[in-house]
Design a protein around this ligand. Sequence first.
Ligand code: CTP
Ligand code: MG
Length: 240
Amino acid sequence: MKVTVILPAAGLGTRMGRQSPERAGTSRKQFMLLDGSPILLHTIRKFFCSPSVTEIVVALRNEDVPWVKELLAREGAAKPVRLEEGGDTRQQSVENALAKMSPDIDLVAVHDAVRPFIEPSIIERAIQEAAESGAAIVGIIPVDTVKQVKRNKINGTLSRDRLVLAQTPQVFCLDLLRRAFAKAHEDGFVGTDESSLVERLEQVEVSVVPGSDRNIKITKPSDMDLARLFLAEELQHKRT
Ligand code: CTP
Ligand code: MG
């Protein structure tokens, strides 16, 4: 079974801003340093450690390609890593990477480059589930009560046992994901994850496998405090 991972890493990191103290050449969040390595590299290492993953494709802004190439050369890639040009939205970045995919790939996993705390065991579980059902995402049950609102007035309360917060990786059969992107393209639909595109096809049920509350999407400056804590714990865990 061939499994390709797409890591969209072409964002601008506008919510993170440019005020954060840790930066490597560029302040965009996917390249901010954690323990001396850019966040993107921490994420890539998790997929190097996942036995089912065959290759990794990173979607980047053109200007970042040369130095990420160098970064990977220094790291010594444990698996093939291809760099592709991203687009103006996350969806476009994934679509560009998908367009370059060889047809013999069985499964495609899409994972935010800024979720470096994904555990290889969770990646493996999502891939296994997608291999069986065709479509699987990682998700967690919310701890807060979720309300629907109209402007600042509450419209209803959603029952928590029917809710899941979608994380990544999100894993699909290549053919299914391609069809989902083609339909979204045709309809001008823009989603914030791949599952929403696949759901619109109404062809398969997307499975959910348990994620982790450590699998945060580094988005705003305070997330870096959490990230440093999680990384310190990871390193401690490795030593013991
Ligand atoms: N991404 C991408 N191409 C884009 C936009 C986003 O590849 N045009 C990637 C980001 O680099 C990130 C992931 O998609 O790894 C999740 O997106 P998000 O957290 O929204 O990152 P940004 O778009 O960079 O941040 P912001 O929305 O705050 O600007
Ligand atoms: Mg964004």
